[in-house]
Structures are given as structure tokens and as C-alpha cells.
Design a protein around this ligand. Structure first.
Ligand SMILES: [Zn+2]
Length: 297
């Protein structure tokens, strides 16, 4: 029987039934309404779940954009769905829908999917990053997600400039304040006084003399610094990048070069590849982890 898989992001929530062969059925997307009250967010999500007949699934798997207390099934902190901070989400869903619930961080689900189905299939040690509105990270060591006490993999909050811009996490100068869609838009505005979307900045960055190119080059430098430090700590075979910013074509070659330079001459650079599964990765990963996991209730 299928797993009802839900990818709950800051802006959008996607759901699908994932069958035994990991095919996605009846995929639907709604707005998360993350800045609304807890009641509205939960009612909105419940409506989505109720569109799937109860008999069509036997488990609910949720990949959630935020830091979780994994053992307790509680949301510790989400910068985008703030009304659920501190909420016992797993217990709530379990009580409401009377099905076993698996709850994990969305980027752990992303990296699990890439590891099981995607471009990291052949490897034992994998780091996954999704770069969009912010940066999420997931780490696989010896074919298992490394969770630390609970919040391991929060690579976007690596501080690279202690006096840098304020971050949603309460600190300053985190990586994601330099490398993310909003960070690109902010830097462009600071340098030119003009507003451009991250997509427009990407287009402009093909011109190597442009302001946009300078911003992307700087992003590659900062991201390359953090990734090469991670390689020294974890020595992964592959780093997989997902999220809208990772599709920035000018970023990839610059980033690879940066990582290689930072690892010379002693350390071996890992493969750095874009996601093979794109936006389906968190849905597939949540379903896969839910099937494997004994942590239900
Ligand atoms: Zn931060």
C-alpha cells in the first residue's frame, strides 16, 4: 500500500501517494501559508490530506522545512513556518488521521532520495544541499543519515562573516545570507540600486563583466569555502546540490574550481553534481525513510 508523502516547505506544500515501486501518484501542490496562525496552517494541511481517501495509504511521511527534535517528533524551529515552532507535529497528525506518521527534515529526505534513487546511488558518504530561499543540508555517513543530537546538517547557518547581514536564525553572516535567492537580490540592489529577481540575476551573470556575475562569483567563493571545509570534516564521495539557486549555470564551474583550489594538494575533491530528482526528491525520500523507519506513533 502507498505512503502519503508530504513535502512541507516555507512557501509551498506538495503531497503525493508513493506506491511500493516508488512511483508518485496524485501529486498536488498548495500554498503552505507559513506566516499564518497555527490553526490556519494545520487546517490548510488537513484539507490537503483529506483529499486522499483514507484507504489509499497506510502511513504519512512528512519532510518539513525546519529544525526538528527528531526523537520527539516536534518542530524545534522553522524560520518560514513560525507558528509551528515548538509544536508536537507528529503526535498531532497521528491523533488526527489515525495513521503512523514519519517526520523528518526536508533536506534529510532530499539527500536520502538522492542516495537511494538519484545521483548519489553508488556512494556511502554523501552531503546534500538545497539552495533556494535559504540553504538546507543533509549528511549521509556510511549509508546512514547523520543527525548529531538532532539538528546536524544545518550547513546554511555556518557563519562565514561574524559582522555580516542578520540571519533568520538570530546570528549574523551565515552562509545563506550570502548564497541564496534573496541574498542575490539584496546584493544586487545594494550594488546597483536596482531590483532584480534571482532568475534575472542568473541571466545577467552570463556576461562576465556584469554586477550579477560578480555576485555569483562571490557566492561560489563563499559556498566553496564552506564545502571544502565540510570535505575536510566528512570526506564525502559526492556533494549533491538541489533547489532553485543550484540551477544557476554560472555558479557550478566556479564552485567546482573553488572547492578544488581549497583542497589542494592534500585532499581529494568529491564529485559535485546537481540533483537527479529535482523537486520530487523530498517526497521520494520521505516515503523511503518512512518505509525503512521503525519510529512511528
Ligand atoms: Zn543563520
Amino acid at each position: 500500500m502507498a505512503v502519503l508523502s508530504i513535502d512541507m516547505g516555507g512557501t509551498k506544500t506538495t503531497a503525493a501517494l508513493v506506491d511500493n515501486n516508488f512511483r508518485l501518484l496524485k501529486k498536488q501542490k498548495i500554498l503552505t501559508l507559513g506566516k499564518k496562525s497555527r490553526k490556519i496552517v494545520l487546517e490548510n494541511l488537513s484539507e490537503l490530506i483529506r483529499t486522499y481517501p483514507r484507504v489509499s495509504f497506510h502511513k504519512i511521511a512528512v519532510g518539513f522545512a525546519g529544525i526538528l527534535d527528531f526523537d520527539k517528533g516536534r518542530i524545534a524551529y522553522s524560520p518560514h513556518i513560525t507558528s509551528l515552532n515548538g509544536f508536537a507535529f507528529k503526535k498531532y497528525l497521528n491523533n488526527k488521521f489515525k495513521k503512523p506518521v514519519f517526520l523528518d527534515n526536508d533536506v534529510n529526505c532530499f539527500v536520502a532520495a538522492e542516495h537511494y534513487f538519484g545521483c548519489a546511488k553508488k556512494f556511502r558518504h554523501v552531503i546534500g544541499l538545497t539552495i533556494g530561499t535559504g540553504i538546507g543540508g543533509g549528511i549521509i555517513v556510511n549509508n546512514k543519515i547523520y543527525r548529531g543530537r538532532s539538528s546536524a546538517g544545518e550547513i546554511g547557518h555556518t557563519i562565514i562573516e561574524p559582522t555580516g547581514p542578520e540571519c533568520d536564525c538570530g546570528q549574523r553572516g551565515c552562509l545563506e545570507t550570502f548564497v541564496s535567492g534573496p541574498a542575490f537580490a539584496r546584493q544586487y540592489w545594494q550594488k546597483t540600486g536596482k531590483k532584480k529577481t534571482p532568475l534575472e540575476i542568473e541571466k545577467e551573470s552570463f556576461d562576465k563583466k556584469s554586477v550579477a556575475y560578480a555576485i555569483i562569483r562571490n557566492a561560489a567563493k563563499n559556498l566553496g569555502l564552506v564545502l571544502s571545509n565540510l570535505v575536510k570534516a566528512f570526506d564525502p564521495e559526492i556533494i549533491v546540490l538541489g533547489g532553485s539557486v543550484s540551477r544557476t549555470k554560472t555558479l557550478f564551474p566556479l564552485l567546482k574550481k573553488e572547492v578544488e583550489n581549497n583542497l589542494k594538494p592534500l585532499f581529494k575533491p568529491p564529485l559535485i553534481l546537481p540533483t537527479a530528482l529535482d523537486e520530487n526528491a523530498p517526497l521520494l525520500g520521505a516515503a523511503y525513510l518512512a518505509r525503512k523507519s521503525k519510529r512511528f506513533g
